[in-house]
Design a protein around this ligand. Structure first.
Ligand SMILES: [Zn+2]
Length: 530
């Protein structure tokens, strides 16, 4: 390769003819090269902040969680707030931990701990007291305060109820956000990721990305999805347009070339259409079931009036934005497809690349609409397995029929949909290989003897690799990345084995030994042998 491009692909003799004294020759000795991965839905700043906040991602038991909180509080005596994330719902009965447990380890300072999926938070009594949340506090719109039978808050805030407390937490300063981006980038490059879409960015995070890019320190190709929850903070749709155009202007004017702001665009807007199923905030077409399998009155929470969602889709699409939807339940998926449909009708079809992420439950009638509307299915394949959260929390409240509508990647491909992969890091691992293994096997890599989850929805290794590379690069408008070809961008990853070979071992154990973006080595596990 030369500059940021691949200049030749072929046998050793032909390629070596192009060598000049500055050419570095690397013999991969049977290891393989793939296009770099693009992560079409991720939260790298949360990942980077794990180095400064209380990281609960590694723990399985309530005792271990509490010990980690106690240790963090002791190690950070000057922090007014103990903030962290990464705990998982299956650790606690019904997915709901209690404030008393936290009070026992941190009685004097407020504690706010987001769970792994970000849709709920565990807080202690001090946090509730500072926020003025009592038995008399009503549930806010689109949120729920978990309570004892007498109305007393138990210390778990679902969805928008988290904001009762988060508005009190001092925001991270710019330097911390910038460091989080750089730390996350190093972590992602080491996993073979050469580009991503940040799935929810407010003005402060956008400013941090701009600073990092302006310093020439952004090596990944990044698309920012401006969070619709920050619409007012941006100054409405006009403010979002101005923010996007300012990033584009900085990229054009950058004297830093390809390593400058050119790697950054702010061309998407993200909507949380609904919540998640496990806490019954995902929006369904038909009610959730109770423990006896009978329909409850609840169909979850739709975060937008459908009319507003459609109006915003028309307006943002007309202004050239890509729409990026979080949609978990079949009602949310349908609302997102409807919004894309009305935008196309109002503004005419264009190369918009709107995408719907998560797509946990898709009503079969909606499967062909992805292709018909040119909407990309942005899948998080790692979640398509039998594990505790699925088997104990989700399947019982969906019932047998809707259970089979989950994560229908095979059906989407058969219906002609375009498929992209995103990790939703830090909700789950950013490593592409466990995701690819699950897409192919539908079995959790930590329990390989388990039953596959809906085996008809398995896809081939080739289809999974395409979703994770060219499929996600398409979402990010990186049409010259995501596949190997002469004249294409030299965004590459070197693996420690040849995927798909008979002796390759489990896909999820694949390791990256080198990552290159635009011809520049951005990660090297050990010096690649010459
Ligand atoms: Zn997400």
């Amino acid at each position: 390769m030369a500059g940021d491009r691949i200049v030749a692909i072929g046998n050793e003799r032909d390629v070596l003819r192009l060598r000049d004294p500055r050419t570095r020759v690397v013999n991969l000795r049977g290891r393989s090269v793939l296009p770099g991965f693009t992560d079409a839905h991720t939260h790298p700043i949360s990942g980077g902040l794990r180095h400064v906040e209380c990281d609960l991602d590694r723990f399985d038991t309530a005792e271990d969680h509490l010990a980690a909180v106690a240790a963090y509080a002791a190690a950070n005596p000057d922090r007014e707030w103990i903030v962290g994330d990464g705990w998982s719902m299956e650790t606690f009965p019904g997915g709901i931990p209690r404030r008393e447990a936290l009070d026992a380890v941190v009685p004097d300072r407020p504690v706010f701990l987001t769970n792994r999926d970000g849709h709920g938070a565990w807080v202690n009594s001090r946090a509730l007291e500072l926020a003025g949340v009592t038995a008399g506090t009503p549930d806010p719109p689109l949120g729920r305060i978990e309570r004892d039978p007498d109305g007393t808050p138990v210390g778990m805030l679902q969805e928008a109820a988290q904001e009762l407390v988060t508005r009190l937490i001092p925001p991270h300063d710019a330097a911390t956000l910038e460091r989080a981006i750089v730390d996350a980038q190093a972590e992602l490059h080491a996993l073979g990721i050469t580009g991503w879409q940040d799935a929810n960015v407010g003005p402060r995070e956008l400013a941090a990305y701009r600073t990092v890019a302006g310093r020439g320190a952004l090596t990944a190709r990044v698309v920012l999805a401006l969070g619709s929850a920050s619409l007012d903070a941006y100054g409405g749709v006009d403010g979002m347009v101005a923010a996007r155009d300012a990033v584009a202007a900085a990229a054009r004017e950058s004297s830093l070339g390809a390593r400058g702001s050119a790697r950054l665009t702010a061309s998407a807007v993200k909507f949380f259409v609904d919540g998640v199923l496990e806490n019954r905030t995902g929006a369904l077409l038909e009610p959730y079931l109770d423990a006896a399998g009978r329909p409850t009155g609840g169909t979850g929470i739709l975060n937008f009036e459908p009319e507003r969602l459609r109006r915003l889709a028309i307006e943002l699409d007309a202004r050239g934005f890509q729409l990026h939807y979080h949609a978990i339940g079949d009602r949310a998926v349908r609302e997102a497809l409807d919004a894309i449909e009305v935008a196309r009708r109002a503004n005419g079809p264009r190369d918009a690349r709107h995408h719907i992420a998560h797509i946990q439950v898709i009503h079969p009638d909606d499967l062909p609409r992805f292709r018909a509307l040119d909407a990309v299915a942005n899948a998080q394949p790692l979640w398509a397995v039998h594990e505790a959260q699925m088997d104990e929390l989700t399947i019982p409240i969906l019932g047998p029929e809707r259970t089979t509508w989950q994560y229908p990647f095979g059906s989407l491909l058969r219906a002609g949909a375009r498929l992209a992969f995103g990790s939703d890091w830090t909700v789950s691992t950013a490593d592409p290989f466990p995701q690819i293994e699950v897409a192919v096997r539908r079995i959790w890599p930590g329990n390989r003897e388990a039953e596959p989850f809906l085996p008809d929805e398995r896809i081939t290794l080739d289809e999974a690799l395409r979703a994770a590379t060219v499929g996600s690069a398409f979402v990010n408008r990186q049409d010259e990345a995501g596949w190997l070809g002469v004249g294409r961008l030299a965004d590459l990853v070197v693996l420690d084995r040849e995927l798909g070979a008979p002796d390759a071992g489990p896909i999820s154990e694949t390791k990256v030994v080198g990552t290159m973006v635009g011809g520049e080595l951005v990660f090297e596990a050990a010096a690649l042998e010459v």
